[in-house]
Ligand binder design. Structure first.
Ligand code: MIC
Ligand code: SF4
Length: 651
């Protein structure tokens, strides 16, 4: 490893990466491999991750800590998810993984509370893993296969990020909170164009934010598409860890005085006002005041973004003595059992229930659209982090992302209301001196549990494996989509998520909400011996880390995506499963291409090994165009072999 390029004065990101670097140089853009201290999985991505881990024949995880959470598929209509949970519990015991049982809470909230540690590295098979950046760790979302490899003790590979400093000045005014800060960040940076970047927060405004507030901000950096977000580890961090009975895990961490950054952006917190992300993208920002009066049919509080004790006590304070407007269905899903338990003990839960809250499980629930889909054409205000079209389960609903304060105001009035207009004092929440901590839903493996037999229900199939890259790729542009296609568009979650462990069944829903005939068309092409090619605009694969957005298309015979640009986790997942992530050299070629055009890339194996630019022949139009394939040597090997599992097998 060459450390020549490492600066003397380091920012926080450089410090943690330098400590964990095992391959490559710390120069932005190049591929680096880092040692991973902790991993997390959740049940919707976890079964695939552990099936892949099993295929690696490693007797016990090789990380300091690996945690398996059951928090996404907890509705359990049909036997599938209950069986999957049993599988996850048995795998955890056998391979030395800590398991957080259903009912204990959402992975990111629980990991922040119970496991995250300043200075450590964490990867998780969920895109909001960066939530733990609030504790001063490098926490990155990844595909399940990457997490499986980290559990097997292998480095995690990523493009060495460039670091943008977000300098927070001033203090938040009453009624303005952490959600408004990250919505401002989304307004500035948008959801595209931030691949390969990390946001490092600092300044006096950051120092005054509590860890749960920092967590809301770090969590939704995922919506900008950054690799992760990180805060210093300081007295606020110590205070949070003390409250969690974990002060021993505190280590201070800050940037050196002369640390350098690719860019510095300053936000004056005292000038912020309540904001909302309008349908259907988290970067479609407006001032809440400009939306005043729009009638609201549903308000959902919770998700991994805004369901800390402080968030919910603030809402309880606003709603105390009032009841939900008759037009509003008021949903409440606390982020963890710890939050719910303490709300109950301190009396706030009673205030929330009295105000008409429909209490849901401590789980993802409404956020992933597997419950509480709003009525047709509804306006739903949510404190969660994504409002992509159709994600709520109701295609024509309008979902707005707002702070807990703005959500509470709408519960009372039945309309979009700037909470400053409620005419009441802001309920300033003082955190208690002690929280009740109860880890009895966390199961720890022992030596004895090594002997456990793994439970496999009928829903679980072996993860499909691709074939080596052919020398000629020939087939239609089976679909042409526009900009900002999210993984929710590619493979919906919600009610379909129960098939996560059954790829042939789940693959039937690829592009369900975009072009319902896609899966049948693609399968027919595959059966006719042709390849399928997806053509896309900017920022293809935004959103979740679900590797199913690569595995299911692979199963349908998709061999290449040609896009104007691709998002980080999705591009890595495509490579892991042997699908070519290509980008147009000249974006005008996107316009010239039509869905159904017959495309061909010849001499592919040599071209992949030797060049970055490939030529695509458009047989329908009688023309050709150039595409870029930017891969490291390691990634080339995977693409040629037809995916990471094949490389492992060859080894
Ligand atoms: C999401 O918020 O979209 C999810 C569901 O948590 C996903 C993971 C998944 O699809 O299982 C994510 O964010 O990675
Ligand atoms: Fe769960 Fe929603 Fe958070 Fe994803 S974004 S982990 S679905 S709460």
């Amino acid at each position: 490893m060459c450390r020549k390029e490492e600066p003397m004065e380091k920012n926080i990101v450089e410090k943690i990466l330098a400590e964990h670097l095992v391959d490559g140089n710390l120069a932005p853009g190049g591929e680096i491999g880092i040692r991973i201290d902790q991993t997390l999985t959740q049940d919707a991505t976890g079964t695939m991750a552990y099936l892949q881990f099993e295929a690696m024949n490693v007797p016990r995880v090789r990380t300091e800590l690996s945690v398996s959470y059951i928090d996404h598929n907890t509705i359990q209509i049909g036997f599938e998810n209950a069986d999957d949970h049993r599988y996850l519990m048995s795998v955890a015991q056998k391979f030395g993984i800590v398991l957080s049982r259903a009912g204990n809470g959402i992975c990111h909230q629980v990991h922040l509370e119970r496991f995250g540690r300043p200075g450590k590295t964490l990867i998780g098979s969920d895109s909001h893993t960066p939530t733990c950046g609030a504790l001063g760790m490098i926490a990155v979302g990844a595909g399940g296969l990457d997490v499986a490899q980290a559990m097997a003790g292998e480095p995690f590979y990523l493009a060495c990020p460039s670091v943008v400093k977000i300098n927070l000045e001033g203090r938040l005014r009453p009624w303005v909170s952490a959600k408004d800060v990250i919505l401002k960040v989304l307004e500035i940076f948008s959801t595209k164009g931030n691949v390969g970047t990390v946001f490092e927060y600092g300044g006096e405004g950051a120092a005054a934010l509590s860890v749960p507030e920092r967590a809301t901000i770090a969590n939704m950096g995922a919506e900008c598409g950054v690799t992760t977000s990180v805060f210093p580890s300081d007295e606020m961090t110590r205070r949070f860890l003390r409250l969690q009975d974990r002060e021993a895990h505190f280590v201070p961490l800050s940037a050196d005085a002369d640390a350098s950054y690719a860019r510095v952006v300053t936000i004056d917190l005292s000038r912020l006002e309540p904001l909302a992300a309008k349908p259907h993208s988290p970067d479609n920002i407006a001032a809440v005041r400009s939306l005043t009066g729009i009638s609201v049919q549903q308000v959902c509080l919770g998700s991994c973004t805004n369901s800390s004790y402080k968030d919910l006590v603030t809402v309880a304070g606003i709603l105390k003595g009032r009841v939900a407007h008759p037009d509003v269905s008021f949903i409440l899903a606390p982020g963890s059992r710890q939050v719910l338990d303490n709300l109950a003990r301190d009396g706030y839960l009673a205030d929330l229930i009295a105000s008409g809250a429909r209490l849901m499980e401590n789980a993802c629930g409404f956020c992933i659209g597997n419950s509480q889909s709003p009525q047709s054409g509804a306006v739903s205000l949510r404190t969660s982090n994504r409002n992509f079209l159709g994600r709520s389960g109701t295609l024509d609903a309008d979902i707005y992302l707002v702070s807990p304060e703005t959500a509470a105001a709408a519960v009372i009035t039945g309309r979009f209301t700037d909470p400053r207009d409620l005419g009441m004092d802001y309920p300033n929440v003082r955190m208690p001196e002690r929280l009740v901590i109860d880890d009895r839903l966390i199961l720890r493996p022992t030596e004895a549990t090594r002997e456990v037999e793994i439970y496999r229900g009928p829903n679980i199939g072996a993860p499909p494996v691709n074939t080596p890259l052919p020398d000629t790729l020939a087939g239609p542009a089976t679909i042409k989509v526009g900009d900002k296609i999210t993984t929710d568009h590619i493979i919906p979650a919600g009610a379909r998520m129960k098939y996560r462990s059954n790829i042939p069944r789940y693959a039937e829903f690829v592009f369900e909400n975009v072009d319902a005939a896609f899966a049948r068309r693609a399968l027919a092409n595959k059966e006719a011996g042709r390849h399928n090619i997806i053509v896309a605009g900017l920022s293809y694969g935004q959103g979740s880390s679900r590797e199913h957005a690569a595995i299911c298309p692979m199963y349908l015979g998709v061999r290449a995506v040609i896009a104007k640009s691709l998002e980080r986790i999705h591009a890595a997942n495509l490579i892991n499963f042997g699908i070519l992530p290509l980008t147009f050299v000249d974006e005008k070629d996107y316009d010239a291409l039509d869905a159904g055009d017959d495309l061909e890339i010849a001499g592919l194996r040599t071209a992949v090994a030797e060049s970055e630019i490939l030529t695509v022949a458009n047989r329908t139009k009688g023309s050709s165009f150039a595409v870029r394939l930017s891969l490291s040597a390691r990634q080339k090997e995977m693409i040629l072999a037809g995916g990471a599992l094949n490389v492992r097998r060859q080894e």
